[in-house]
Design a protein around this ligand. Sequence first.
Ligand code: GTP
Length: 650
Amino acid sequence: MESNIRNFCIIAHIDHGKSTLADRFLECTHTVEERRMKAQYLDQLELERERGITIKMAPVRMIYTVTHPKTLIPHKSEILNPKLKTNNLGFNVSNLEFADLKQEFVLNLIDTPGHSDFSYEVSRALEAVEGAVLLVDVTQGIQAQTLANFHSAEKAGLTIIGALNKVDVFQKPGDEEGVFLSHPEVARMREELAALLHQKPEDIFLVSGKTGYGVREILDAVTERIPIPKKNEPIQGVKGRALVFDSFYDNHKGVIASIRVVEGFFETTHGIFLAAENTISKMKEIGYFIPELKTTGCLKSGEIGYIATGVKDPGKIKIGDTVFSFDNIQTFSRDIARHHMLLGYEEPKPVIFVSFYPEQSDEYDLLRQSLEKLKLNDSALAIDPDQNEVLGRGFKIGCLGRLHFEITAERLRREFGVSIVNTFPSVEYKVKTKNGWITIVKPEELPSDYFEILEPMILIDIIFPTKYLSSALSIQQKFRVAEMHTETMGERIKLSAKMPLVELVSDFDDYLKSVSEGYASFSYTIGEYEKAEVMRVDLLVSGNSIPGLSRFLPKESLEREARKMVEKLKTLLPRQQYSQPVQASAGGRIIARADIPAMRKELGIFGKNGGDRTRKMKLWKKQKRGKERLKERSEATIPPSVFKELLKKE
Ligand code: GTP
C-alpha cells in the first residue's frame, strides 16, 4: 500500500552531518543491528570512510513505527470478526476502546553527497523521492551548497523539512535537556533557515546526529509532512513501470539497477524492458536496500529497491531510463511502453577532462572493462578512447570537477586493481583555425597556426563570515577573477564573481578553505566562453617532452608560473644516477629551467672499510628494492600526486 510509504533524502552542504544523522535513523528504526553499527554506516565505499566524505548516494529502507497513545480504536475482536461489522465505518461503534494505536511506515531514505562535484548524484536522488530533509550545521549556517541543493529540491517539487544539526555544541556539561534551544545563535540560525524555506522558525527542527536529540521528531515529521507516493494509471500490457536512478556491478549478480517504482509492481517472474536501450531481459532477482541487498521477490508502486537485470553488457543500462515489467511478451508492446517513458535526467556535462592510460600497457583491456563497470556506478563520467605516442592506448575521461577526477583514479586502483598514468586535468577550449573552430582539451592538440583561443568561464558564489572579507578578496591576486561584487547576508557576505573554469583545477578550493579557516563555501554555474590570453607551455625532462604535462598558462604570468612548475617538478620527480635538466618551453623557446641533481653515491656492498656483513647485506637489499621502485616510476609515468602538487598555486 502506497499510503504507508514515505520516500525522502537528506541534503546539505558538505560535512553538515547527513551521514551521521542517517546513522541515528538506522538505529532508531532498528534497521542495522547494534553489533554491526559503525559511524557513517551508509558510506560503504572504503574511500568514503577514509576521506570522511560521501561520494555515492545511498538508499536504505527502514521500518518506522509511530505510536498514537490512548487512541479510540475498534476492539481487537471487531477486527478479527468481520461478521460483526454493522455500519459503514466498518465496525461496531459500541465496541471501541482507548488503546495505543501503532502505525507502521516504510521509510525509504537516500543519503546524498555534499561536495559540488557529486551534485549529479543529488539531482538523481531528488527525482526518486517526494521529500527532503535539508540539514544545516548550526555552527556554520547556510552555505553555498545548502542554497544550491535547496534550489534543486524546490525545482524538483519536493516537500522540504528544515533542520538545524549539531545543536549539542551549545549544550554545556550539566545543562538540562533542551536548554540550548534558547541559545541566541540557535534562534538566529532558525530564523535564517525558516526565511529561506518560507516557513515559521518553530517549523525548523533542532537535532543532534551526535547525541540523537530530536531524531524521532524528524522521522515523525517525515511521516506527517512528506506526501504519499502518487498513484499512476496502469498501462496496457505492462505490469510495472520504474525509474532507473542508479546502477552498479555486482560480481555475483551482474548489472544491478536501483529503481523507484512509479506504477504497478515488479516480480521475479516478470520480463523487463529497458526503454532507452530497447533491451528486453529476464530479471534474476528483486529486492530492496537494508542498506545491503535484501531479496524480496516483489517491489510495488511507490517503493525503492533494486533489480538484478540479467543484462551482461554494462552499456545497456542508462541512468534515468524507464524500466517496464511484463508477464506476457505477446501482450506487451515496446511502442506503447515507449509512449510512457519517464522524463529521466539531463545528461551531466563534464567540465574537467583528463586522459588515463594503464601503467602496464597489457592492462588496457582491464582498464576498459573497469571503466565500463565504474560508469555503471558513476554515470557522470564521460569516457572516450584516446591514444598517446608515448603512453599508448587509453581513455579521455570527462569529470564534474577536480575531486571527481581524483576519486575516479583512486576508485580504479582500489576497486578494480588498475594503476593509471594521467595527463594534466584540463577544460574544453575552442580554437579558431584557418579551417574554422575546433574544440580541444589537450594543449598538445593546439595547431601551430591558430588565431585565437576561447575558454569556458564560471560564475562563482562564495559565502563567508564578514570578518574574512579581506582574505576572501585575496582570490583576486591568486586567480583570474573578474566582475567581483559582494552582498550582505545577515552576518555573512556573499561574494559573486566570474572566473575561468580552469582556475578550479588549481587549488582554488583549498586556497579558499585555508584563508577563511574553513568558513567560506562556494558553488558555481557554468557560464559563456571568453577569449583566453594563454600560451601553451611544454615541460621537458632531459630534453624529452613529458606527455600529459603540457598546459595552457596565462600570458601575463607565463614565465613566473613556468619557473614555479620546473622548480616543483625538480623536487617531485625521482632522482636518477645522473643529473637531469627540467625545462619549460613556450612559443619555441625555453622560458624556465631547473636541474634535478644525481642520486647520492651508493655504499659498496661492504662499504669502504669492510664492516659488519649482515648490516651491509641489509643495506644492499634496501637499495635494490629502492632501485626497483625507481625503475617502476620511469620518467614518462608521472604519478597523480605529482600532478596535484604541480597544480597548486603557491
Ligand atoms: P558529506 O557527505 O561528506 O558531505 O558529509 P556529511 O554531511 O555526511 O557529514 P558527516 O555525517 O560525515 O559529519 C561531518 C562531521 O560532523 C563528522 O566529523 C561528524 O562526526 C560531525 N557531526 C555530525 N553530526 C554531528 C552532531 O550532531 N554534533 C556534532 N558535534 N558533530 C557532528
